[in-house]
Ligand binder design. Sequence first.
Ligand SMILES: [Zn+2]
Length: 477
Amino acid sequence: MFRSALTMANKSIFNLPLIKAKTITSGLKYSLATGNWGQANAAGTRAGVSQVLNRLTYASTLSHLRRLNSPIGREGKLAKPRQLHNSQWGMICPAETPEGQACGLVKNLALMVYITVGSAAYPILEEWGTENFEEISPSVIPQATKIFVNGMWVGVHRDPDMLVKTLRRLRRRVDVNTEVGVVRDIRLKELRIYTDYGRCSRPLFIVDNQRLLIKKKDIYPLQQRESAEEDGWHHLVAKGFIEYIDTEEEETTMISMTINDLVQARLRPDEAYSKTYTHCEIHPSLILGVCASIIPFPDHNQSPRNTYQSGMGKQAMGIYVTNYQFRMEDSVIMNQSSIDRGFFRSLFFRSYRDEEKKMGTLVKEDFGRPDRASTMGMRHGSYEKLDDDGLAPPVSMKERLFDQSEAYRVHVCETCGLIAIANLKKNSFECRGCKNKTDIVQVHIPYACKLLFQELMSMAITPRILTKGLKSAKGRK
Ligand SMILES: [Zn+2]
C-alpha cells in the first residue's frame, strides 16, 4: 500500500531497517476498517471517525451521508435526548430514525439542510459603524445595542435597525457570506452574528410585503436552461430570492407554510394567521429526510409506518431502470432474455491473503502441499486434493460450463456452419442458408455459448460452428 506510492528518490528512506512500512500500512487499514483513530487501545482514541459507505441503493448512500449521531450511551433511558425538539423542525427528519436502542439518538438531516462550514468573522466586525470599547463611554452602553460575533461581545451600535437591514441586504447579494446568521434580539438589545461552522441552516423563499421576491418570470428561464451548470440554485441565492436561515435566526422570522398563506395575508389580513411573514417554505415536504421523502403519501400514514419504511428503503437493492418489465398489481412480467443475460444474478468475491513469514534464518514458511518430512505441527489428514502450490485446483472450464451448468443442444449445418432448424418430432432438418437437409449434425454447446451466439446475431455478426473441414466452403479450412 505505502511502498507502491513511493518514488524512487525517497524509497531508500523507507527501506531503512528502522522504519517498517507495514506498521503504517496495517495501522491505517485498522483505523479505516474500525473507525477507531489514534493508537490502538491507548487513551484518547476517537471512535467512529470513518465508516464504510452504504452502497446498497442510491437512496441508502444519500441517507448515510446525511446521518447524525448523538454520542450518548445507548442504554440511557432518559427520553429527552431521543425526542425531536421544536427548534429541529425542518432540520431533522421526523420519521427516519432506527427502532430500538439507537431510536432518536441516530437522526437524519432533512432534505435541503445545510451545515455551515464557517467563514471569517473579522470583515463583519470592522465595518458599519460598530463602536469598540475603546471609543465609547460606559454611559452609552444601556441605550445602544450590544453586538456579539460568534458569542463574543465586540462592541455596541446605536442604529441596530440600519445595521441589521444592511447585513441582510449584503447577505442576500452574497457580499456577505450566505452562511452568516444575523439574529436581532430587540428585548435584550442584542445583535448576535454567527459565522462559525457546524450550524444547521435551510433555504427559504424571501417574502417582502407578503409577496415572494421570486416571480414567475424568474422560474421560466430555469425551466428552459439546457445544462445544470447554467444559472441554477446559486443564481437564485445570489439574486436574493432564497436565503439560508439557521436555527437561531429562524426564531426571529415568520415563515408561511405555502404561498396560499401569503395570498390570505394580502386579501384577508384579518382572517389570516399572520400578516407579517418574512419567509415562505420552499415546499412542506422538505421537512423529511432522504428515505422518508420517497414514501408515497406519507401524510396518510400512521407515523411509525413511515419510520419502518425509512428503515426498509435502505435495505432495498437498486436497479437503474424498470421499463423492461411490466407490473400487474402484485405480479411482475419480464422478458426471458433479461433473465438469461444475468438479470437478478449477483456474485461476490472474497479475498484471502497470507504471507510466507521468515523467522530467523532456519525457520521458513513456504506455500505448498505439506509433507511429513519438513512441516512443523502437521495434522493427520488427506492433502491429496492440493496442487503443488498448496491451493486446491480450480474446476476446469469444461466442468464449469457443461457439468455444473446446463449444456445446450443445437443442430449445425455441415456445409456452412450455421445453426439449422430441427424438427425432432418429424425428424426433419433444414439449413435456411444453403437449403441443405441432409448434412446436419447435433452439437452440444455450453448454455453461455448459445447466449453469446444470440448476442452476436443481434449485432449482425454471424457465428459459424465448424464441425470438420467445410465441404463446399471453396477450399477454406
Ligand atoms: Zn448450411
